[in-house]
Design a protein around this ligand. Sequence first.
Ligand SMILES: [Zn+2]
Ligand SMILES: [Zn+2]
Length: 426
Amino acid sequence: MMFSMLDLKKITESLRDCPCGRKHEINIRALEIGFGNTPDTGRILRDAGFDGALHVVADQNTLAAAAGIADALRTARFRTTLTLFDDLQLADIEGVERVRRDIARCGAKAVLSVGTGSLNDICRFAAAQLDMPFAIYATAPSMDGFASVMAPITQNGFKRTFPAKAPEVIIADSAVLAKSPAVLKAAGLGDLLGKYTAHADWEVAACLTGEYYCEKIASLTRAAVDDAAELARRSDAESPEFSASLMEALVLSGLAMLLSGCTRPASGAEHHIAHFWEMQYALLGRPQVFHGKKVGIAAGLVADVYNRLAQLDTIHEMRRPIDWTRLSTVYGALWNECRAENTPNPVDAIPAGAVEKNWETLRAALARVPKGDEIRALIRRTGGAATCAEADIPAYLEDQGLRYGRYARFRMTMMRLLDIIEENPI
Ligand SMILES: [Zn+2]
Ligand SMILES: [Zn+2]
């Protein structure tokens, strides 16, 4: 699958009058992922309507990675100004303010983020506040948030998610992506492999509580994830082909959230465990682990549980109340947040007997999740850490993540059903 503007149109075209009943629309004007396309950056931006003074935001690493981009912008007659961070690790409000100040000083009319993750989030938020067009030139396929409309920004030490804006243009040169650090590519793959468990959860929720589900968006995302996983299996992790496929699938997962208007196509029980670890790390004051790295490890753990459940011919319901006392110990200072997320308990929406009655459907969804060992093997092939031990995540947090991570979010997942079935697959 090779994306271009045409394919983006083809995707929205294929989703017109979707049987799911929702209108699937996106405002992204150009999506260009190609080998050696850095010299085309200026032209792509011009074609998408970018004009006049352009403010570029990068750090030393990403600017070096994007060699040739300055020439490309000059050739297309853009007048550029620059905010250059040294080595940006954290998207904080100070970074957003610095970008806003620089833009105000030089009078730019649009923002180009050269980088990934935190750099994009700072620009996404600043561009939304200034109501100006925003483009991303991605330097690493490290997560699926490129097309996101939300920006996680740290303020006074706390991470808050702010409404921001999706970029009008996303450009990525697979020759540049391929040379990005292995840890970033492995994190991107981890975030992507989490879609397998997320999709099982989406089907489970749709089946048991009638939650919104779009078969077309699910299969579109799944096909892109399958392509990238297949390339991870058989190609060199350094190859531009693998990086391009990974980037396409990551961007598509982000688009799937925009198109469906929910996070279901990209996030399920594996993200809840990753979120749980992130909160625990923040409480402990430990340096954070890449998002996709945590998601990939959690996806392997959840896949083990789901595959064990898929082996069962029958299931027996046995409802148990949430163990609030235990949760208050595990969540500690985050206990109030946890209690709010679980009031009411999402499993209360499941009619009595529904799990037993629908077991064949649920089982089929679980059986589509690859084996945990396959997920771990793919992550290791790209040089990533595939288990908590390999990532230096303490063993007690692995255990707590499996048992209590599901309470981090108010969402129906297969993991939540462990509270209402007799069988214990952990
Ligand atoms: Zn649909
Ligand atoms: Zn993610």
